[in-house]
Structure formats: structure tokens, C-alpha cells
Design a protein around this ligand. Structure first.
Ligand code: ZN
Length: 167
């Protein structure tokens, strides 16, 4: 665990020993991203964690599903809700390799998740701080805690390599 990112501070309880820190969960999200890449998708991955346990994994599958909403975070939110049998995901943390877009950030508010942790910023669409600040609006009843920059270089590299290979 050499990651000392600017905002990676909060250690989760090591429930099942799969991962015990933001960087550990992000490594699982990176696995999902690589799985998406292997399937010909833009490599973005996400996982959802509740009570120190992994409850959902998601990989970008917009092409496979012919579904513009099938972002990694959306897949993970849907699976998480099924896992805990509740459409409200209070106390759930979502880890995603790239800063969420406006749709996914909106879905996180709808789901009432507790926290989102992401890897690299997305200057072309990020809705946490790069393009919009969807989660940080004082008019909202529910506030989602957000942290970025966890394994940022690794997360960005996966995406950059993907696009470089297609040029
Ligand atoms: Zn999205």
C-alpha cells in the first residue's frame, strides 16, 4: 500500500480481508476496468463496499449492452441494491477508476450512497469537481462525501493506453 494520495485517508474496516483501504478497493475497481478493456469497452471499473465488504462490481459495458447508461458505476449501483435488497444505499461507498460523469453522480445522489472515491480526474466530463460539482450543492438534502486521486496515475494510465492503442 504505497499510495499516499492527497485525499486517501479513510481506512475502511477490513471485513473480509479482500481490501482494507481506499487503495485496496481501488485495485479491485482497476481489475474491473481491465476486464472491460478485454471486452473491447472503454476501461472504467467500479466496486461498491458496505460494512467493509465488497457487495458489487461493475465494468463499463455500454457497447456490449448497447446502453448509453451502462457505465461502471451504474452497473455497480444496480448490483449493490440487489445485494443488500434496498434501493437506498445508505452507508455504501463506491470506488470508481475515473471521476464520475453527471449521470453517475446523479444516480449516486438518488441511491443515497455515503461516499464515492475515484481515481483519476476527468477533465472532459467529470462531475465531482472537473466540469461540474454535482455532489457539492447545498440545496441537496443528501450529501455524498467525495474523494479523488486514489491510484490516480494507474487509473489514468489504463484509459490512456486504451485510447493510444486505437489511434
Ligand atoms: Zn457515468
Amino acid at each position: 500500500m504505497g499510495d499516499r494520495s492527497e485525499v486517501s485517508r479513510g481506512l475502511l474496516s477490513a471485513g473480509d480481508g479482500v481490501a482494507s483501504s481506499d487503495a485496496g478497493w481501488m485495485r479491485l475497481a482497476l481489475e474491473e476496468a481491465r476486464g472491460a478493456e478485454a471486452a473491447g469497452e472503454v476501461p472504467i471499473g467500479a466496486v461498491a463496499v458496505f460494512d467493509g465488504k465488497l457487495i458489487a462490481r461493475g465494468a463499463n459495458r455500454t457497447i456490449r449492452d448497447c446502453d448509453p447508461t451502462a457505465h461502471a458505476e451504474m452497473i455497480a449501483l444496480r448490483e449493490a441494491a440487489k445485494t443488500i435488497r434496498n434501493y437506498r444505499l445508505a452507508g455504501v461507498s463506491v470506488y470508481v477508476t475515473i471521476e464520475p460523469c453527471a449521470m453517475c453522480a446523479g444516480a449516486m445522489i438518488q441511491a443515497r450512497i455515503g461516499r464515492v472515491v475515484y481515481g483519476a480526474d476527468d477533465p472532459k466530463g467529470g462531475a465531482v469537481r472537473s466540469c461540474f460539482n454535482v455532489l457539492d450543492n447545498s440545496l441537496l438534502n443528501h450529501r455524498v462525501e467525495a474523494a479523488g486521486g486514489v491510484l490516480a496515475e494507474e487509473c489514468a494510465a489504463v484509459l490512456q493506453a486504451f485510447f493510444a492503442a486505437r489511434r
